[in-house]
Ligand binder design. Structure first.
Ligand SMILES: [Zn+2]
Length: 461
């Protein structure tokens, strides 16, 4: 162990800091584990020892692999080790949500904009040094050209460059472009982002169009449905409930393939949530009564109650089905898809759980189970490593960040096993199922005073 880290751990233990003292172990060995590596469709390793040192996967070997004396052994006989999951489009910005994500096996999140300053300045760094129970966190700074959506604005190329510099100085890793940027401002964001190492991702910019955005080097499209607004029709075209003809899918696939490495956030769960609740207040009422509500922040519950989707009128089922076919075509063409949820901004999008729902929807849309799992593991890991040069993750391989899920069955035999992890390792810190339940209980405990209004009819004494 490095002296500095040892000193920090000692300090953490003395000060009773959460997380570190409880869970850090410099060397951990999973013994007799079956491994879903995500190196390739068929690669499953039986009965291996996976050695984790200083937060990285250090070795994968036979059960007889010699272990350092200080190694903590985790008996994984009969169980399955696969990469931790990533939600690549979320908006949570409180530590309690991060704990809930972790309890669901999510070990990486990308905050897609709008996070409060305190989250960026304090919570995110604490998460990324392992000082609080949390996934690793990346954040995007969102910028628009008008006040319509309530985001920071840039009106000139000079302002665009200043925005990128400010984002860089404050630890953001991406610039998220929004609908109403002017073309010369978008171009300046792209150029300055390249200089500063902050790739662009985001929505279709109406005055530019997705195809030109990709040409300018935009790294990712933030929603599947952005193809409706910025690609299939001229950007800005009034939208109806009808999807484009399926023949248009090939054009989208071509546009993405012309920009190797450019990714699409495959957020079927987001569009499904919207489609399901428009005109259906009872759907949102049911979400507000779901067990997961206990770990949703009271402010989000209130926002869900007040959300306006239920009062809109649209029938989006055909569009949702189209997006499923688009996702499958993109995946089959080798375009990296990134699982994402938009949680918790829209009613029904729960931190953590909704990511698992997204994977189920992708599988139902026709992606192979391996492809569906890759959207939350291998593809996000490749995307982040190639765009940011960050520590690689998303596969079980030597040198990867030690983000691991231990499950009773192979996720390649059914994704449902991911919903009941036997334990989660994030950045080398291990938590078993009881510890994960403890995280949920702690968060629910913080919110319990808000759970139910006082009973107007107390039982007679
Ligand atoms: Zn979003």
């Amino acid at each position: 162990m490095k002296p500095l880290r040892r000193a920090l751990l000692l300090l953490a233990a003395l000060c009773g800091l959460p997380g570190l003292a409880a869970a850090a172990g410099p060397v951990t060995a999973f013994v007799h584990a079956n491994v879903v590596t995500m190196n390739g469709e068929a690669e499953v390793l039986r009965d291996r020892t996976v050695l984790v040192r200083e937060g990285r996967i250090d070795a994968i070997g036979a059960p007889a692999l010699e272990l350092p004396a200080e190694a903590r052994r985790i008996d994984a006989a009969g169980a399955w080790l696969s990469p931790g999951l990533a939600d690549m489009h979320m908006h949570s910005d409180i530590a309690d949500d991060l704990a809930v994500y972790l309890a669901h096996g999510v070990t990486t999140v990308l905050n897609m904009g709008g996070a409060r300053d305190g989250f960026i300045q304090r919570t995110l760094p604490a998460a990324n040094r392992g000082a609080i129970p949390a996934p690793q966190v990346f954040a995007a700074f969102v910028v628009d050209g008008t006040a319509d959506y309530g985001h920071f604005q840039a009106h000139t190329p000079d302002e665009a460059r200043a925005v990128v510099d400010l984002a860089k100085a404050n630890g953001y890793r991406f610039i998220k472009v929004y609908n109403n940027l002017r073309p010369e401002v978008f171009a300046a964001l792209a150029a300055q982002g390249r200089r500063q190492g902050l790739p662009l991702l985001g929505h279709g910019v109406t005055a530019v169009g997705l195809a030109a955005q990709l040409d300018a080097g935009q790294a990712a499209v933030a929603h599947l449905e952005e193809f409706f607004y910025g690609f299939f029709w001229p950007p800005g075209t009034e939208q109806t409930d009808a999807p484009p003809p399926d023949a248009a899918i090939a054009r989208a696939v071509e546009a993405m393939r012309a920009h190797p490495g450019a990714a699409v956030v495959a957020d079927l769960v987001t569009y499904a949530a919207i489609a399901g609740q428009i005109g259906h207040p009872e759907v949102v009422a049911a979400q507000l009564a779901a067990p997961d509500i206990a770990t949703l922040a009271p402010a989000d519950r209130l926002a869900w109650r007040q959300s306006g989707y239920v009062r809109k009128t649209a029938r989006l089922a055909a569009r949702l089905a189209f997006l499923g076919r688009l996702a499958k075509a993109l995946a089959d063409a080798g375009v990296p898809l990134l699982a994402g949820t938009d949680a918790p901004t829209i009613p029904g999008l729960f931190p953590g759980r909704s990511l698992l729902d997204d994977l189920d929807l992708l599988e139902q849309a026709g992606l192979s189970r391996y492809q569906a799992l890759a959207t939350a593991t291998r593809w996000p890991g490749d995307f982040i490593a190639s765009r940011l040069g960050a520590m690689p993750f998303g596969r079980v391989a030597v040198g990867m960040r030690a983000d691991l899920l231990l499950t009773a069955a192979s996720p390649l035999d059914g994704l449902a096993t991911l919903r009941r992890p036997l334990g989660v390792m994030a950045g080398g810190q291990w938590r078993d199922a009881a510890a994960l339940d403890g995280l949920r209980r702690d968060v629910a405990g913080h919110y319990a005073p808000h759970d139910a209004p006082a009973d107007p009819c107390p039982p007679p004494r």
